[in-house]
Design a protein around this ligand. Structure first.
Ligand code: SAM
Length: 300
């Protein structure tokens, strides 16, 4: 059984709510949120849809109302026919093309083109089907790093979600060791399934991926498999600031750090923390409201 709460409001109001959602660290991950225009010919009229697997409780409605900073529009609550609510919430996901990557759900066809890496990532409980500006930005930046001559032999994807960024790194640097981790215990099974369906071998060797559950860099496996010459972390600005010293310590001199999950307005704080950790900006790109940073550890 699934339920949907919808709120209609002008585009800036819905966009502000979506940004507040990104910052809501205590958000119930079982409530999936999406914002879109109501119709193609009404670009300023937007709707926020919240998909739930249970009947909305007062706390769920309060959490949604809090995203509107005390001025919430009216909510419409619907019980939906029996269906896979999570997949339904994401079934309209369109394929993305970012850098050398084409990423799509199984509803859409693969693209078989020379030089293009194609990944099929189904909607799941884990984040990272490619459509989010942060994930797409990371795929673009990884492509740029490779084009600039970055050499990667040992990489880590912290906050891997579906595993997509780790798969992308292995596509660009096929002989690298790869370690992925996420704080969310749902991710290992998702990553394993996605690795299998995309032909990414799981294991400890070159060209293979090891997955673990960890908070930041705090896991013996992450320590044992380091130091890294590439760490990727698409998390959120707050954790990235806290984790900057750990990232710096876990990189080889000259190593690469790819950060996303920070809004452009939060970039100064993240860069300041990285500077203190001995990491210098090599390149940045902005995708929508989000900054994607390529930093390098001093020393080579
Ligand atoms: C924005 S998603 C990014 C997923 C994927 N890497 C991508 O780029 O699409 C952030 C992921 O980081 C995980 N995460 C949040 N805080 C974390 C932490 N302290 N340590 C490890 N993972 C964390 C979340 O569970 C989530 O899967």
């Amino acid at each position: 059984m699934s339920w949907k709460i919808t709120a209609f409001a002008p585009r800036p109001v819905i966009e502000a709510a979506l940004v507040a959602h990104e910052d809501a660290l205590d958000w119930d991950p079982e409530i999936i949120l999406s914002g879109s225009e109501v119709a193609e010919d009404r670009p300023d009229d937007w709707q926020l849809e919240a998909w739930l697997s249970h009947k909305p409780k007062a706390a769920d409605k309060a959490a949604l109302a809090a995203l509107f900073a005390g001025d919430a529009p009216k909510f419409t609550i619907e019980k939906l026919p029996d269906t896979d609510w999570l997949v339904a919430s994401q079934q309209d996901l369109q394929p993305i093309h970012a850098g050398r990557f084409h990423v799509h759900t199984p509803d859409h066809p693969a693209r078989d083109e020379p030089g293009l890496f194609d990944f099929t990532i189904p909607a799941s409980q884990a984040f990272g089907t490619g459509q989010h500006a942060t994930t797409a930005g990371c795929l673009t930046m990884l492509t740029h790093m490779k084009a600039q001559g970055a050499v990667v032999r040992n990489c880590a994807d912290i906050g891997t979600g579906t595993g997509l960024l780790a798969f992308a790194a292995l596509a660009l640097w096929p002989r690298a060791l790869a370690t992925a981790s996420d704080i969310d215990a749902v991710c290992p099974d998702v990553v394993k399934a996605n690795a299998q369906s995309n032909g990414v071998p799981m294991g400890p060797g070159a060209g293979q991926l090891v997955m673990t559950v960890a908070d930041g860099m705090g896991h013996p496996l992450l320590a044992a498999r380091g130091p890294y010459d590439l760490i990727m972390a698409n998390i959120l600005a707050g954790p990235l600031v806290s984790l900057a010293p750990d990232f710096g310590a876990a990189l080889v001199p000259g190593g690469h750090l790819l950060l996303a999950g920070l809004l452009e307005t939060q970039e100064a704080a993240v860069r300041a923390a990285c500077r203190k950790a001995g990491l210098r900006l090599a390149a940045r790109l902005v995708n929508g409201d989000w900054s994607i940073l390529w930093l390098r550890k001093r020393g080579r």
